[in-house]
Design a protein around this ligand. Structure first.
Ligand code: CDP
Ligand code: MG
Length: 140
């Protein structure tokens, strides 16, 4: 079933010139980019995005990192898009990630792990609406 998910090339991915590499890996797996833009998040905006993690010990460091430089925000559409993106990304900690995943190939640490992908339909809905309005999404 076609679904939508939100992905982010995090500030470390942009700094390392991996914007094209990340999008290429998604497109190669038949995911379609239906919305795309750059933003430099404020710390407040990063905290709002990651509010589910607000009680976690890494929350302050994570939201400082996420607001440390521009990011690329995108909505991807395709069959099983949410799980597919998570598989292409690899595990949160790059040392646990499968070979050939984005995080295994490029991430430096559990925090600076290049890419974000929604983890459930509920969170995908929240995350897409957090960054995009209906007129910015080009379903096809
Ligand atoms: O991104 P993912 O869904 O794989 O992981 P998460 O558990 O939802 O955590 C969100 C983000 O917080 C991760 O991608 C890391 O950037 C960061 N994090 C961290 O810095 N330290 C941890 N122990 C866990 C997550
Ligand atoms: Mg997550």
């Amino acid at each position: 079933m076609a679904e939508r998910t939100l992905s982010i090339v995090k500030p470390d991915g942009v700094r390392k010139n991996l914007v094209g590499e990340v999008i290429k890996r998604f497109e190669e797996e038949a995911l379609k980019v239906v919305a795309l833009k750059m933003a430099h998040l404020t710390k407040d905006q990063a905290q709002g995005f990651y509010h589910v993690h607000r009680e976690r010990p890494f929350f302050d460091s994570l939201t400082t990192f996420m607001s440390s430089g521009p990011v690329v925000l995108m909505v991807l559409e395709g069959d099983g898009a949410i799980k597919k993106v998570r598989k292409i990304m690899g595990a949160t900690n790059p040392s646990d990630a499968e070979p050939g995943t984005i995080r295994k190939d490029f991430a430096d640490s559990i925090e600076e792990n290049i890419v974000h992908g929604s983890d459930s339909p509920e969170n995908a809905g929240f995350e897409i609406n957090y960054f995009f309005n209906a007129l910015e999404i080009f379903g096809r």
